[in-house]
Structure formats: structure tokens, C-alpha cells
Design a binder for this molecule. Structure first.
Ligand SMILES: [Zn+2]
Ligand SMILES: [Zn+2]
Length: 260
């Protein structure tokens, strides 16, 4: 069984994370073999103004220079990745950007689905069950489209909706089957994500992850750390989940190619 000692999902000041060298140093100190930097990127004007907050499609070349300099200063392997916002209506724009930017690897993540801003705290505070069910249905539908698009190496935070207290419990067996079918027929790898979503986020559900394991699906590891101290903490947390549920991991080298 592989024992992945890496973290492919971290954020720097090129989106909403911390200083790049501090993130790399923390990963090295935590004993990891590799850290992937995956800043948020939105390449269209989205309805929830994420594109106003994240301008990484304009700054990734500057980050690349920073990464190249940092590679000479640290032992740990540093990978030049991205967390692309996914919306099925903008696949052409995503594809064009990814082709021109040539990252080592790309994570695709659904953060909003239709009119539902899945990751905004309090967004579902006044929502009834019908609306929450519609949000989860749309979220899963978009995730299936993401996997089928083959645009990304990794799908970010696969189990996000169950980790959000407001939306937990609306994921059905049919949703899980649809995700498994899509993953089985795609080269896109699901990620076990250690992100907190919100302070009161639910832990990853081992029974849910075991459904994917039993279908023969392997995972990538991503802490979703935004601060240096989170990298080691969340790596330990994710390693426990992997051991408890006996999940199979891919090594980071198996996820897309390294840039020369
Ligand atoms: Zn995300
Ligand atoms: Zn993230």
C-alpha cells in the first residue's frame, strides 16, 4: 500500500493563503516529500464575485518565478499547481487557460452550483429542506460534469457537501453511485480534503469514503491549508483517515507530469 507523504492542495498569498516560502518550509518541517501549491483561479465573471477576489490567472507567472527560486532553497519537491473554479458553462475558458498556463497539475473544484453558493458560510441558514436538496443535487451534478470533462487531474473536496453542517444528510446513494461511475470512467482522481470549510465542519465520513474504496478508486491527499501550521496538523488528520478506512492513495508523481 503506498504511503503518500505529500500535500497537493495548499494556498499562498497568490490567492487567500500565506506566504509561499512559509508554506513550503512548513511542509518540509512536517516531513513531507512534496508540496503542491494550488491557488484559487476563476477565469470568468462568476455570479458570486469570486473572480474579483482571485486574480491568479494574471499572477501565476510571477508565482512560477517565486517557485523556481524557492526550489533552490528547499529540499522538498515543490509542485506548481492550481485549484480552478469549475462551472460547466465555462469549460472552453477553463480549457484554454489550462492549456496556455501549463501547470504541473490542476485541481478542479465546485464552489458554487447554479444559484447555490455552497461554500459561503450562512448561505443556507434560512433554506428549507427542498432548497438544500436542490443545492446538493446540483453540486453532485456539476461534480459529475467536472469528472467527465477530463479537464482536471484531481477533483477537489469530493465530499464537501457532507462536511458542511447545513447540507449534511442530503447526499443519497444515487449521488454516490453517479460519482463512482464517473470516476471509474475518467482519469480524474478524487481528493481526500482536510479543509475546515467552516469552523464547525464535519469530519470526513469514513463510511462514505469506504464506498469509493470498495469500488477500487484511489485518492490524492490535500490539506487545503491556508496557513503554515495547518499543513502538519491536517496531514496527520488525513493519514489517520487513510489508515482507518484502508484507502488507497496515488503518489504525487502519478498525478500529472512535473514541469521541466
Ligand atoms: Zn476549494
Ligand atoms: Zn482550496
Amino acid at each position: 500500500m503506498p504511503t503518500g507523504h505529500y500535500d497537493l492542495h495548499t494556498h499562498t498569498t497568490y490567492s487567500d493563503g500565506s506566504e509561499l516560502r512559509e508554506m513550503i518550509a512548513a511542509a518540509q518541517q512536517a516531513g513531507l516529500d512534496a508540496i503542491g501549491l494550488s491557488d484559487h483561479c476563476v477565469v470568468w465573471d462568476d455570479p458570486f464575485d469570486r473572480s474579483d477576489r482571485f486574480d491568479f490567472h494574471r499572477t501565476y507567472e510571477a508565482r512560477r518565478s517565486d517557485i523556481e527560486a524557492a526550489r533552490t532553497e528547499f529540499e522538498i519537491t515543490v509542485r506548481d499547481g492550481v485549484e480552478m473554479n469549475y462551472d460547466p458553462n465555462y469549460e472552453d475558458a477553463i480549457e484554454a487557460f489550462l492549456e496556455s498556463a501549463e501547470f504541473d497539475y490542476a485541481i478542479g473544484s465546485v464552489h458554487y452550483a447554479g444559484e447555490h453558493y455552497i461554500v459561503r458560510k450562512g448561505f443556507f441558514a434560512d433554506a428549507d429542506d427542498e432548497r438544500k436538496q436542490e443545492a446538493v443535487d446540483t453540486y453532485i451534478d456539476w461534480q459529475v460534469h467536472l469528472i467527465e470533462s477530463e479537464l482536471f487531474d484531481v477533483i477537489g473536496h469530493l465530499d464537501l457537501c457532507e462536511r458542511m453542517p447545513a447540507l449534511a444528510g442530503f447526499l443519497s446513494d444515487d449521488h454516490i453511485t453517479a460519482l463512482i461511475d464517473a470516476l471509474t470512467n475518467s482519469s480524474t482522481i478524487p481528493e481526500i480534503n482536510g479543509g475546515k470549510v467552516f469552523d464547525d465542519a464535519n469530519a470526513n465520513d469514513p463510511h462514505l469514503l469506504e464506498r469509493f474504496r470498495d469500488a477500487g478508486i484511489r485518492f490524492a491527499l490535500g490539506s487545503d491549508a491556508h496557513r503554515p501550521a495547518e499543513i502538519g496538523e491536517r496531514f496527520a488528520y488525513l493519514s489517520d483517515i487513510v489508515a482507518e478506512s484502508d484507502l488507497a492513495l496515488l503518489e504525487h508523481q502519478e498525478i500529472a507530469g512535473e514541469r521541466e
